[in-house]
Design a protein around this ligand. Structure first.
Ligand SMILES: Cc1cc2nc3c(=O)[nH]c(=O)nc-3n(C[C@H](O)[C@H](O)[C@H](O)COP(=O)(O)O)c2cc1C
Length: 493
């Protein structure tokens, strides 16, 4: 099921769908991890600063439910070194399959975990950190864009950071930050990510350990309700930034976060929760939830109800798979026969014009790199488009994302390696500052892609691939006409 979404990272992690629930401190406990894993995804226990007893009991609870593929999230910089060492030893003793690390890249720790046979996943916020993590032995990178909820490492938007890491790294790259639905997943897969890491979206699920107050505030909020702030700073090195829903603290109504005595605003059992602490409201807490850190990513405006984690995984996967599939698209022109000179597929080499497997892989990768450029340029352009062009540009982005998925699957199913690059179209298009010029340029290059597909079609023996490429050609022709019409209305043609 959802074969269109499957990527090599799934085999590494042991899941069937590349949908990951972020390791969220306090929020991601065994109930959430088990539900995501049971639905085919992968999840991390959020164990930042948690005592080893809790790590033991959570891992035991997961294994008791038959879940053996999961990860543990730890944040070394935010943890007392003695406790951190105990946490690492506990994870190694328990043979936790994967450990996710965040914040400063500790090359020594990554190397140690790697040598112990643990899958090391590093969430990073820029290219330098990604390179350090890769050098030290990380197996998987997570590109965290500035749209993310919780602690935010990056200052780059995901659409800029992700392609940069994909282009420069040999590791599988996952994407995080503002992702909530299947369109987001289809989009980041098109940009070369092998999967999506969802945080805020999973806070709003029945199994998350977040307090119902936090969940309710998420479904009531919009993207502009989130702010980046350094005011929730207790427990973390100074200067760390979080994305939260704006509240009385971020509005300055609770005083200066960096001076004055500590004020207790809640409890977890006997333990006090202080104002300006990084802790978010949990089921186990009481107190003034409004003044706590209500972590939320920029995708929050598209979360409208609380669902089970399994339903969320299923919805995201089904939506993304539908966007990446061509099965439901009706071709506008009849599909030509794949083998005009030969009606039998069983007779090898009857038509010498067919490409060999390796030639076909080269051609498909060329199309993929061009398509990725189109997906990326349209994504970057959507935010600067006037209202009447915005929808069209997003539609073309989704189309390009879909074709990236189709081409990637065609390459992977033939045992090839899908290129993670963009071609020259990307750089050339982005140099054009004027949006109309950029769209004109893309349209011009789209004609080039169409010609490439037309030339390729008679050399493709496989009927299914032939049909998909024909549909891709048709959709490019359609989109080209739509853009030309829109630009004509815009005063250009
Ligand atoms: C409630 C919450 C708690 C988080 N806690 C952690 C954490 O303990 N460790 C960590 O590495 N990241 C943490 N994050 C950040 C996530 O790893 C991830 O980058 C982020 O959720 C992705 O953005 P999104 O929330 O828009 O999906 C947290 C995020 C949220 C929303």
């Amino acid at each position: 099921m959802f074969d269109a979404l499957r990527r090599p990272v799934c085999d590494l992690l042991g899941c069937s769908i590349p949908i990951l629930a972020a390791g969220m401190g306090g929020v991601s406990r065994h109930e959430l991890v088990a539900a995501v894993s049971g639905a085919g995804g992968f999840a991390f226990l959020g164990m930042i600063r948690e005592p080893v007893d809790l790590i033991h009991s959570e891992v035991k609870a997961l294994r008791g439910r038959g879940i053996d593929r999961f990860g543990v999230n730890l944040v070394p910089e935010a943890t007392d070194p003695v406790l951190l060492e105990q946490q690492i030893s506990a994870c190694l003793d328990l043979e936790v399959p994967a450990i996710e690390l965040f914040w400063d890249v500790s090359e020594a720790l990554i190397g140690r975990l790697h040598r112990a046979g643990t899958i090391v996943v590093c969430q990073v916020g820029n290219g330098t950190e990604a390179q350090a993590a890769e050098r030290a032995g990380a197996h998987i990178l997570i590109a965290q864009g500035v749209e993310a909820g919780g602690h935010v490492r990056s200052r780059q938007r995901l659409q800029d950071l992700l392609p940069e890491l994909v282009a420069k790294s040999r590791l599988p790259v996952l994407a995080a930050g503002g992702l909530v639905d299947g369109a987001d997943l289809a989009s980041i897969l098109a940009l070369g990510a092998q999967g999506g890491v969802f945080g805020t979206a999973f806070v709003a699920t029945e199994e998350a350990f977040a307090h119902p107050y936090h969940k309710r505030r998420l479904i009531e909020s919009t993207a502009i309700d989130t702010v980046l702030t350094d005011m929730f700073h207790n427990n973390r090195p100074s200067g760390t930034i979080v994305r939260v829903l704006a509240n009385s603290v971020t509005n300055g109504e609770r005083g200066n976060a960096f001076t004055g005595s500590r004020v207790v605003i809640g409890h977890e059992g006997e333990r006090p929760i202080y104002l300006f602490s990084t802790e978010s409201p949990l089921v186990s807490m009481t107190g003034e939830f409004e003044a706590m850190a209500l972590y939320a990513g920029e995708g929050v405006g598209r979360i409208s109800r609380i669902v089970s984690a399994a339903e969320l995984v299923q919805n995201i996967a089904a939506h993304a798979a539908a966007l990446l599939s061509v099965d439901k698209i009706v071709p506008t022109t009849p599909v030509e026969s794949a083998s005009p000179a030969c009606f039998s597929h069983h007779v090898d080499d009857c038509y010498m014009g067919f490409l060999s497997r390796s030639e076909l892989l080269v051609a498909l990768n060329e199309l993929l790199e061009t398509e990725r450029s189109h997906a990326l340029v349209t994504l970057a352009s959507a935010s600067e488009a006037p209202d009447h062009l915005h929808g069209l540009i997003l539609l073309i982005h989704q189309d390009a994302a879909r074709w990236c998925g189709v081409l990637t699957n065609a390459i992977l199913s033939r045992g090839g390696t899908a290129s993670n690059k963009t071609d020259a179209v990307f750089g050339q298009a982005m140099l054009k500052r004027d949006l109309a010029h950029r769209l004109e340029f893309l349209n011009h290059r789209r004609v080039g892609s169409i010609e490439q597909i037309i030339a390729l079609l008679p050399t493709v023996r496989d009927d299914d691939l032939h049909m998909r490429l024909s549909m891709m050609r048709d959709s490019h022709e359609r989109n080209g006409k739509l853009v030309a019409a829109a630009l004509a209305g815009f005063g250009r043609s």
